[in-house]
Design a protein around this ligand. Structure first.
Ligand SMILES: [Mg+2]
Length: 370
């Protein structure tokens, strides 16, 4: 089997707002093969730039786009394809946008690999992969504590066992920050896990004082309180924080993850499979993290394609859990059909081969930018 075409589908809402919601503008990869099998992946990046990285025509050696590099490769040999893509993009890689785009192609190759084997990807990753995957609802903070309470009561009624709120208005005001956390905890009650995503707003000292203020509310983890590449800061904070520290969604290279995870580092690693090099590199990261007693939990704030890939990968982890974005964007909610059913805090995974996900072509046609 050979890769015959790599398509970059760029989808964007007509109106994109200044909020930390990456589901307003997305890049989906569709890989075609000479057998007719196709696979889907998602690139989590700056979509305009990423699209150019995929589509750039041939130029001098190492200066062509990823589609040109991938066509002709064997989609079933994911290790060799990854190596070829890393080498082929070396002039503008290895990290950043090159790795983000490689991630989308790798994900699509795993989709094809699963379809060719007639198995869901999770069963290619581990014989012990779960069928019922714990997930946590994930949204941005509502604007004030009353709205937080309303939102949390809704999640509770829907059966969620874990909920994460993130980003603004959390940050500048400790009184408001505590009020947001308190409103969520009071509405969720003592049984539901609560995670807080600070959104990269503090220095170590401020993060530590917030962690101390939040500790009485039984927080499962405090996510990205610092800038993503502040490795020394994360080591210092994780050593002192009364709440487990989670980070890593922005990183693309395993080498950077190693700096974040080194003994004494963070407690929860949050690779985004749409940035870290897809499922192939996700597997390397999972081994590295678990060997260092760090729990990997995928960052998955994208469309149903990323959600499905993350769920398949997470199902094969030692402590399975995935992010389940509840972002309202039609690209997050309607772009992809997947057979997963949410019930009582668990995603019931489907037996469909590959990633088990298909695009809704009506939604593609509605939002695609040509
Ligand atoms: Mg986050």
């Amino acid at each position: 089997m050979k890769i015959s075409q790599v398509e970059a589908l760029h989808l964007r809402l007509p109106e994109v707002k200044e909020v930390a919601d990456g589901t307003q503008d997305v890049l989906i990869i569709r890989v075609h093969t000479d057998t007719g099998l196709t696979g889907l992946g998602e690139v989590v990046s700056c979509s305009y730039v990423a699209r150019a990285v995929v589509e750039a025509p041939r130029s001098a050696p190492f200066r062509h786009g990823l589609a040109q590099i991938a066509v002709g490769l064997d989609p079933l040999d994911t290790d060799a394809a990854l190596a070829a893509m890393i080498e082929g993009t070396a002039w503008y890689g290895p990290g950043g946008i090159a790795r983000h785009c490689i991630s989308g192609v790798d994900m699509a190759l795993w989709d094809i690999k699963g379809k060719a084997a007639g198995k869901p990807v999770r069963r290619l990753l581990s014989e012990k992969a779960v069928e019922l995957l714990p997930c946590y609802a994930s949204v941005l903070w509502p604007q004030d504590p009353a709205l937080v309470a309303e939102s949390a009561r809704r999640f509770l009624a829907q059966g969620y066992r874990a909920v994460k709120y993130g980003w603004a208005p959390m940050g500048p005001d400790p009184t408001l920050d505590v009020a947001l956390v308190e409103a969520a905890r009071n509405a969720l009650g003592p049984e539901v896990e609560l995670m807080v995503d600070a959104g990269r707003v503090w220095d170590v000292e401020t993060a530590l004082s917030r962690a101390e203020l939040f500790a009485p509310y039984d927080i499962a983890w405090l996510e990205e309180p610092l800038k993503p590449f502040d490795f020394a800061g994360y080591a210092q904070l994780a050593a002192q924080s009364p709440i487990p520290i989670a980070a890593g969604e922005a990183l693309a290279l395993l080498e950077d993850y190693e700096r974040l995870i080194e003994p004494g580092g963070i407690h929860i690693a949050q690779p985004d499979l749409g940035r870290i090099g897809g499922i192939t590199q996700g597997q390397h990261l999972a081994s590295y993290a678990q060997n260092n007693n760090v729990r990997p939990v995928p960052h998955a704030f994208g469309t149903g394609v990323l959600l499905a890939a993350s769920a398949q990968w997470a199902a094969a982890l030692d402590q399975p859990l995935t992010e389940y974005t509840r972002a309202p964007s039609p690209l997050a909610q309607n772009l992809a059909h997947h057979g997963m059913q949410f019930k009582d805090g668990l995603l019931h995974l489907s037996d469909a081969p590959g990633l088990g996900v298909e695009l809704d072509e009506t939604v593609v046609a509605q939002y695609r930018i040509n």
